[in-house]
Write a protein that binds this ligand. Structure first.
Ligand code: NOJ
Length: 530
């Protein structure tokens, strides 16, 4: 089955969907313990329907000792009691489907928790039948088998020595997250079973954690000294992973619901990321992170767009666009906090060619929380705590979270930037996202169309999206000054990021306000060449 079939009217659902990422600990708490849970997500579904997203991706809710807040799984086929029960998750899937929302779970195939029974057995003795389910190497207890370093804490070896059996085991993340040995067919089969378990319960697909990590070079060669200071996960790019992905794809394709595989391919080169779509027979979608590390700069974004076109779209695959997630500072914070930039960025994210991923709270315009040293909980040393702050639902000091302080402090300005206050304010960021999602839903060109970059003044990006008769033009002014675009005055402004234009939306007057982004539609007939 080919990856996609744009323009045939039979496009897979995930191509036009907007996916909303929920970090369950931080979304909504119904038990008063300061940690979000599945019933909280169920309570929030109507809000997400009102907002207008199409799919939810839940960061891991499986059983876990929570060393990495769920990315250390001790049972792939059960829900951690902290988040609720399997029944709660079944209900969440059911109620989401009733509301036409798809549900993606976060599958963590590269490593388990060290508390997973598989690892407990594996480490128990060299003769254990599961010994080879993880990556063990002999060697001098003072010298790790190679020079790879782990993702956190940064710079530490990717190996730990296990006294019990006198051997080293590999962990690209913390020592409590030993890497599975995917070269062992029994491991592959067991992990396939975990996918089937959830597909049979009705989930619509998976976000696949560090999926490029699962295949390892059996020689485990050293990195150069220069590279070895960077976490080894950034370099693991082995041909055998593509074989494993093809098997996973065959499994997914057995399901008539067209479940999606969205892979986290944390390789910082889009050319490498692109290979994980295979020949339309591996991932459906791969996160392409270099744009997330770009500044708010027209030149950089032009480059991001052409790179995605040349390396992903041109090969018949469908890009993804992400500005924020649970591992990086929120884009509003990265771009300097300015609300006008955050609004323009929303236009960019929701009008590029590809599947956009929103990170819960960006629709409120949230910035990262300030997390004092005594409240740091992230094993990376706190680097990711700020973006994981709880979602404020109400303006009062508890922000809809009953009980003691939630697990992390609230983001700044939560008295203003919260769901209830923003729903009451038609000029809020939340209403802007909703309106933007509405415009996107109403246009095949914006959801599915091709993208052509147009000439534009320095500091402005302009592109046209086209799908059959439907066309839109998007203009994004990255500069702090006005910009004249005199050609497009036969177009109407469908939506603008600039609240001062909102009152006068109508025919485009040929001037972009400072840091403004607009979606234009032809006033009549087909767009002329610009
Ligand atoms: C990537 C996830 O996004 C991150 O949160 C996690 O710590 C690592 N993978 C390890 O699972």
């Amino acid at each position: 089955m080919s990856a996609r079939s744009a323009g045939t009217g039979n496009e897979p659902w995930w191509e036009s969907a907007v996916v909303y990422q929920i970090y369950p600990r931080s979304f909504r708490d119904t038990t008063g313990n300061g940690i979000g849970d599945l019933r909280g997500i169920i309570d929030g579904l109507d809000h997400l329907v009102w907002l207008g997203v199409d799919a939810l991706w839940l960061s891991p809710v499986f059983r876990s000792p929570m060393v990495d807040h769920g990315y250390d799984v001790s049972d792939y086929c059960d829900v951690d009691p902290l988040f609720g029960s399997l029944d709660d998750l079944d209900e969440l899937i059911h109620k989401s489907h009733e509301r036409a929302l798809k549900v993606l779970l976060d599958w963590v195939p590269n490593h388990t928790s060290d508390q997973h029974p598989w690892f407990q057995e594996s480490r128990s003795s060299r003769e254990d039948p599961r010994r080879d389910w993880y990556i063990w190497r002999d060697g001098d207890p003072d010298t790790p088998p190679n020079n790879w370093t782990r993702a956190f804490p940064f710079g530490e070896p990717a190996w730990s020595y296990d006294e019990n059996t006198g051997a080293w085991f590999l962990h690209l993340f913390s020592p409590e997250q030993p890497d599975l040995n995917w070269a062992n067919p029994d491991v592959r089969e067991a992990m396939h079973d975990t996918l089937r378990f959830w597909l049979d319960r009705g989930v619509d697909g998976f976000r696949m954690d560090v999926i490029h990590g699962i295949g390892k070079n059996p020689a485990l060669p050293d990195l150069s000294d220069e590279l070895a200071v960077i976490p080894a996960t950034a370099f693991n790019d082995e041909p055998v992973t593509h074989e494993y992905l093809r098997d996973i794809r065959v499994l997914l394709d057995e399901y008539p619901t067209r479940p999606v595989a969205v892979g986290e391919v944390y390789l910082l080169d889009t050319a490498q990321v692109a290979t994980y779509y295979g020949d339309g027979d591996e991932l459906h979608l791969a996160f392409n992170f270099p744009p997330m590390f770009s500044f708010w700069d027209a030149g950089m974004w032009r480059q991001n767009i052409t790179t995605a076109q040349d390396l992903i779209t041109a090969a018949g695959n469908w890009p993804t666009w992400v500005l924020s997630n649970h591992d990086n500072p929120r884009h509003r914070t990265r771009y300097g906090g300015d609300e006008t930039i955050a609004r323009a960025a929303a236009v960019l994210l929701l009008t590029l060619q590809g599947t956009p991923f929103l990170y819960a709270g960006e629709e409120l315009g949230l910035e990262d929380a300030d997390v004092p040293p005594e409240r740091i909980v992230d094993p990376s040393g706190g680097r990711r705590d700020g973006c994981r702050a709880p979602i404020p639902w109400t303006p009062d000091p508890g922000h809809g979270w009953e009980g003691p302080d939630p697990w992390l402090p609230f983001p700044p300005h939560s008295d203003r930037l919260n769901v209830a206050s923003e729903r009451d304010d038609p000029d809020s960021m939340l209403h802007f996202y909703r309106a933007l999602l509405g415009v996107r839903h109403g246009s095949d060109a914006l959801r599915l169309g091709s993208l052509d970059l147009l000439d534009a003044p320095d500091g402005v990006l302009a592109w046209r999206r086209t799908h059959e008769e439907d066309e839109r033009i998007v203009l994004v002014n990255f500069t702090a000054g006005s910009q004249d675009i005199d050609r497009l005055t036969d177009h109407g402004v469908e939506i603008s990021s600039d609240a001062t234009r909102a009152a006068t939306v109508g025919v485009f007057d040929g001037v972009l306000r400072p840091r403004e982004a607009v979606i234009l539609s032809p006033l009549g007939g087909v767009l002329r060449d610009v």
